[in-house]
Ligand binder design. Structure first.
Ligand code: DON
Length: 304
């Protein structure tokens, strides 16, 4: 497969397309990002590594961090985490509260905000220094000891975080948060504020395309079974109420963030990260979805 030719060809089509959508300006700092950025990076399980456009520029990964959080919780606690958070698509927006009362405080999955907040609570209960442990985990899977949170973005989100504050308090009232909501939310806003490039993201996700084992140093991060399950969750829940559409158009497990990033994984083949900050109505990158749809069309390969 000539990936370079395909990336070039898809870029030539997607770049000049009209950039429709909106920035995630409900987080003030994210409203300041240049909307026309477009970067892509591909990392393969046989050590091929290639980027195009703004692939080396850092951006706010936001909800993509939820994959790192659930991987760390799964690694630390094993199957017990599924008692606290379910594995069903929610069919609702990422920040929705509506299902929680009927579901007795058990979020539908770890990728909606409610689920990620519960995962943060689990990490706080089981790790001595959760922020440090989380950063060390992400640094390890991406072979990059310099990755860090962006306090400015975390503070910006916290200053307007009414919805997440409500979610956390509501789940606490239903008995599924052990720690103080303020501590849980502080951790949640921090992990959403992580900044990475497309290159760093595709490298960090590569172990999920490689049965749970890092390609660079062969270190086992998750078991094969755990890896299958995380990929299944990304497939069914990674794009909120647009997860069906992403499976339909792209056909790969993936995860988006309101910073405009999307990472997708093709088991036994590659991971690919795309960044374009303008979001569609469901909060997923407009051109990111378009790029990946054309990429899997051109490569004629998906998990289906
Ligand atoms: O909690 C929030 O609203 C953001 N920190 C993350 C949301 C997000 O990225 C949803 N993704 N598409």
């Amino acid at each position: 497969m000539n990936y370079k030719e395909i990336l070039d060809r898809v870029m030539a089509v997607v770049k000049p397309e009209e950039n429709i959508g909106h920035l995630a300006n409900y987080i003030p700092e994210l409203g300041k990002v240049n909307p026309n950025k477009l970067g892509v990076h591909l990392s393969t399980t046989n050590n091929f590594d290639l980027g195009i456009g703004d692939n080396l520029e850092k951006f706010s990964i936001q909800s993509i961090s939820k994959v790192f959080a659930v991987c760390l919780a799964y690694k630390t606690m094993g199957e017990g985490i599924w008692k606290r958070v379910d594995v069903e698509p929610s069919g609702n927006p990422f920040n929705s509260l509506v299902q929680l009362e009927a579901d007795k405080g058990i979020p539908r999955n770890p990728f909606i905000n409610a689920g990620a907040i519960v995962i943060c609570d689990i990490l706080i209960s089981h790790l001595e220094k959760p922020k440090e442990a989380f950063l060390n985990f992400v640094r390890e899977i991406s072979d990059n000891p310099e990755l860090t949170f962006c306090q400015k973005i975390a503070d910006s989100e916290k200053s307007v975080g009414y919805r997440n504050i409500a979610l956390c308090n509501f789940i606490k009232s239903l008995g599924n948060i052990e720690n103080e909501p303020e501590e849980v939310l502080d951790f949640y806003f921090c992990l959403c504020s992580l900044e990475m490039t497309c290159q760093e993201l595709s490298k960090a996700f590569l172990f999920l395309a490689n049965g749970g084992q890092k390609v660079s140093d062969k270190k086992v991060i998750l078991t094969k079974r755990q890896t299958k399950r995380i990929n299944a969750l990304m497939q069914t829940c990674g794009f909120y109420d647009e997860s069906g559409e992403f499976a339909f158009e792209v056909g790969l497990p993936g995860k988006s963030g309101v910073g405009g990033g999307i990472v997708a994984v093709f088991p036994n083949n590659y991971s690919i990260a795309v960044w374009s900050p303008m979001l569609n109505a469901k909060g997923n990158s407009y051109k990111g979805m378009m790029f990946l749809e054309q990429f899997t069309t051109e490569t004629e390969a998906s998990i289906f």
